[in-house]
Design a protein around this ligand. Structure first.
Ligand SMILES: Cc1cc2nc3c(=O)[nH]c(=O)nc-3n(C[C@H](O)[C@H](O)[C@H](O)COP(=O)(O)OP(=O)(O)OC[C@H]3O[C@@H](n4cnc5c(N)ncnc54)[C@H](O)[C@@H]3O)c2cc1C
Length: 345
């Protein structure tokens, strides 16, 4: 180890069970909560000097922990929301450790439009750009102006324009080429003051007036999500476990011939297939095996009923993927980020 002393707030051998929504158990060799930027600087300097790899987490709601982490795990707890207004827009600068849903609530309470469809998505504001969170026809990239990052090698803080971040469906450079380069420390959202809302997706308009308010859309999203998704306090899960596969028109037509009731949406010149529909059609909804299962109200959501290890979930994932490939000819891709060694299943 180098001469740089380990900062006091870094602990050793800490369980990550409270830090992932699947509630799998895995131990972090080193662990620290970051509440101030200077701590991030100290922690990264110490880890770099000692060749300890680093991983930053928010609330662990998009994680699949498959084993212990021989790394420094930093929990981003940077807090604060700053508001600036122009004639047509409100700009919210949000520290990465704020709860995303609280940010949405703040925007809705102040009649700022643009993120009400993203209500009740668990997790931190700083993780929102990582997979470009999305729901009900809206993605965070639609209102994101820029992202503040900490450069892990230079220790510099810089703002990156949202257009540079490589946003795509459940994807960004933060998940890819920048995964080992930057930590997100804040985001800046540009929200509308004109109260325009988007309700054309996924039956959201049902039960709403023809020109709903921002608050009405927010309430409807909360209602639909609460009815459909498991309560994280009761059942471990990471929301959608698979991405909706995107296929060409020819591929879509072929599957549609065999399954005329196939649920799919036109998407940027191709088709986005409803993975949940395929999993349900294949008979997996509600199935339980070895302490894990497929949620009975939403087939896209895999759940942890009673196990500490991810092995049985990986087995279930493998079984579902194989079955969907055989029945529909489609390869499902996992959405949550895997951390830890891959156990043999
Ligand atoms: C019940 C449920 C419903 C969900 N619904 C949706 C949905 O509708 N739409 C959707 O898109 N997602 C959904 N998700 C997934 C999840 O909520 C989001 O991906 C969320 O943004 C994850 O935030 P987090 O703070 O928990 O990130 P974590 O799980 O802690 O981290 C996820 C990834 O981001 C990285 N990361 C986290 N913070 C930072 C940072 N500050 N800087 C750099 N990298 C960072 C981590 O290293 C990891 O790779 C759902 C999850 C659950 C459990």
């Amino acid at each position: 180890m180098s001469q740089i002393v380990k900062p006091d707030f870094i602990q050793e051998y800490v369980s990550l069970k409270p830090h992932n929504s699947f509630r799998f158990d895995a131990t972090a060799r080193f662990y620290g909560q970051i509440t101030h930027l200077y701590q991030l600087d100290l922690a990264v300097k110490w880890a770099n000097a000692n060749r300890v790899s680093i991983c930053m987490l928010g609330e662990g709601s998009n994680l699949l922990l498959t084993g212990d982490l021989d790394a420094l795990v930093l929990i981003n707890n940077l807090k604060g929301i700053a508001l600036s207004r122009s004639e047509n827009f409100a700009e919210l600068t949000v520290s990465a450790g704020e709860s995303w849903h609280q940010v949405v609530t703040y925007a809705v309470d102040n009649s700022f439009a643009g993120i009400e469809n993203l209500a009740l998505i668990p997790g931190s504001a700083g993780a929102a750009p990582v997979q470009n969170i999305g729901a009900y026809g809206v993605e965070v990239k639609d209102t994101l102006a820029r992202v503040q990052v900490f450069d892990r090698s230079s220790g510099e803080l810089l703002w990156i324009d949202a257009k540079e971040c490589g946003f795509a469906y459940r994807d960004s450079h933060f998940k890819g080429i920048w995964a080992d380069k930057y930590f997100i420390t804040a985001i800046c959202l540009k929200l509308n003051l004109d109260c325009q809302v988007k309700v054309s997706y996924g039956g959201l308009a049902e039960g709403l007036p023809s020109q709903p308010s921002i608050k009405q859309v927010f309430d409807r999203v909360c209602e639909v999500r609460t009815a459909k998704l498991p309560d994280l306090k009761m059942i471990g899960n990471a929301g959608s476990f698979f991405k909706n596969p995107i296929v060409t028109n020819d591929e879509y037509q072929k599957i549609h011939q065999s399954y005329p009731d196939l649920v799919a949406f036109a998407f940027e010149g191709r088709w986005k297939l409803a993975a949940g529909w395929m999993i349900d059609k294949a008979g997996w909804k509600g199935v339980s095996q070895d302490g894990v299962g497929v949620y009975e109200k939403q087939a896209l959501c895999l759940v942890n009923h009673s196990t500490d290890r991810a092995d049985s979930l990986l087995k279930l994932e493998q079984d579902i993927k194989l079955d969907i490939k055989q029945k529909f000819g489609v390869v499902l891709e996992r959405e949550p980020v895997q951390l830890g060694k891959v156990p043999l299943i």
